[in-house]
Structures are given as C-alpha cells and as structure tokens.
Design a protein around this ligand. Sequence first.
Ligand code: HSE
Length: 414
Amino acid sequence: MQRKKLNIGLFGFGCVGFGLYQVLERTPTLNATIKTICVKDRHKQRPIPADRFTYHKEDILGDKDINVIVELIDNADEAFEIVSAALRSGRAVVTANKKMIAEHLAELIDLQRTHGVPLLYEASCCASIPILRNLEEYYDNDLLESVEGIVNGSTNYILTKMASEGLSYDAALKEAQQKGYAESNPLLDTGGFDAKYKLLILAAHAFGGILKPSEIFNAGIDRITPLDQQYAREKGLKVKLLARAFKKEDGTVSAFVSPHYIAPTDRLYNVDDVYNGVTLKTVFSEDQFFSGKGAGAYPTASAVISDLSALTYDYKYEYKKVNYYEHITYSHDTLLKVYASSQSDYQADVAAYFEEVWEQFSNGRQCYNIGTISLGNYARLYAEKPVSLIVIDRHTTGEEVLAGVDIEALVATP
Ligand code: HSE
C-alpha cells in the first residue's frame, strides 16, 4: 500500500509541540514534515530558528500544500475554532486537546462525516497508552463491561510523591508543573476535570453515547487530608484518582471520577508517578490491563506520531459504538462504598447522606464515616460540605438507589 506523504501545519510549540518536533526528527520512516508552525507569542525565546514560525493561523489554514493540521495549543475554545476550520477545509486533523474534544465531541463527529475527513486524538487520553484505537478496533462489539483507571499523570505523580517521599501537596504539584505534566490551569488536573474529559472520550468509544462534561461527576485530589493518608498507610492502601465507566445489570452505564483507596491486589496499586493504567473488563475475557506514561512531552508526542502514521494509510475512527449503540443510557443510580473524612463537628451531618454507615472514627477534631452512599448523594455531599470522599471498593457496581438526582446542578466547572 502506497503511504501518503504528510505536509504538516502545526499549531502550538509548547512542551508537546516541541516534543513532536524532536520525535519526528527521529522517526525517519514516517514520511512527514512540518511545513509551518503557528504560535501566538512573538517574543518568546524558542529552541529553533524564528523563520520556522508564523503568527497568523491563515498561513496554515489557507495553505493548500498542507494536508494535515496538528493542533497542540492550550486554549480549548481557540483549538475548536482551528480544528473545525481545518475539518471544514477538508484537511485531516490530529489533536491532543481533551477539553476541546469533550466539550464538542458530537459536533466534531458531525464535521468529520460532513466533510469526509478524519480527526484523530489518541494523545488526548492517557498519552502513550494506545487505548482509543484499541477500543475502536479490538473492542468493536458490545461485550465491554467497564473501562476504569488512572488517566491523569499529574495527580498520580502528586499522590505518589506525597505518599512515598512525604512531599507536601504544593511541592509535589510544583514538581509536576516543572516536569511539564500539569495543565496550565492545574485545577483541571487536581480537581479531576482533566480525568473527566478523558473519561467522556473513553466512554464514547467504549460504549457509545456522548455525555456532556456537566453530566459526569468529578471529585479531585485537592481535599485529601493527612488523616486520609494516615488511614491508607495503616491499612496498606494507596490513594489513586480513578475515572470509571461501567455497565450495570440494568444495561445503563455509570461514569464518574473520584479518589479511591487501592489495595495491593489491584493492578492499579503499582501504577505510580506519571504512569497511567487502564483496566478493561469484558464479558468473556475478563480483565485486561494497559499501562504507560500518561503525560509529558515525549509520551504525548509518541501518540501524535502514531496518529500521523495512521493518517498515511487513511485511518479514521468509525465511531462504531456511537453509531450502533446509540440507545445506551448513563445513570447515576449507583451505590458506592465510601470513606468520608471531615471535621468532627460534621460527623453526624455527613453520616446523614449515607445509606448505611458501617464504621466511624473521631479524635475530637477530625473524623471519618465509612459506609454505602449513592453516587447522587456523594455528589450532593461533595458540593454541600467540606469533606474528603474516597471510594473504597472499585468493583462495587449495580444496586439501584435514589433515582432522579440532578447531577448537572451539582457538578462544578473549573
Ligand atoms: N495534565 C495531563 C495529565 C496531561 O497530567 O495527565 C496529559 O493529558
């Protein structure tokens, strides 16, 4: 098969953009060159000659010689303008912008169909792990039961450093920023928003059905207390931020992001530092596990390279699940086993949100309740009280409770 030559117009030359430039130089088998790079700031010092850059997007979008647009900028709104203009002009696009995709997935699918051009975004979910192409191609049937895992590198790095080296939250976050793992607004990482955007994309490719970001509840790592860490140490557990989407017995899918206590028997227990790990569960093959670096210039650039390579033989996502399983519905009627810590003054208030409380502790200043709580009440409790909530059993599914919760009203925006 004759592979296409790619003439690339690149938007953005930050950590991942420069990473892509370097990785491309070391990938001679890929018949691709960067023709023009568009950046915003004229005055910023850059590691390659200034004549490689333009400051006008039309220099790329209007250039008929450019047949692929790679979008690696930070701002999701500007990214959507660039990506939709590129698709409308009949050019294939590769992007890593999970926020932009999560906010516009349905429109982006329509644009691809209308203009007959592909948009690939493997780098948007779990950086180096080839999860989207696997969901699209290998798991292109309705046997998938769950997609769960650690999908944010920065928060995993922060949690690892706090637990293993005793670093403070602020010091660990600063390191994650210095290493180029964190978003420029780190609340997107620490608040669980970045993980939520990735979960939305993963769930669309895994189950079909496109959620809005406001329909997925996300708790972050920013409320985790020394008491929570101490509890983990005493029980031999680790705290990990998990994104989970799983089918329930009634056929609906539940999706949310929350810190979890993870036991050593769980494969995710040893997924540390900037690594991500995703477990897929299917009806017949049971658990399968993917792991790899989830953030950083080269791991992300390697996924972009893989998408570029796929474009040379005209690969496109077929959105098989979205097309064939549009009837899938998402539901928040899920019962979770949860540890909730707070100031002791709130112990009874917090317990009132639970279905059942099994264990309580208080030292007079701080306390925790452990028991079962519906996802809807978890979201309500998180919005209404200063609590830290950690799910204690990632394999709890099923059980219908408290229907009719308006999650959208409870989900914060960054
Ligand atoms: N900030 C993201 C993370 C970058 O830490 O996972 C990769 O998507």
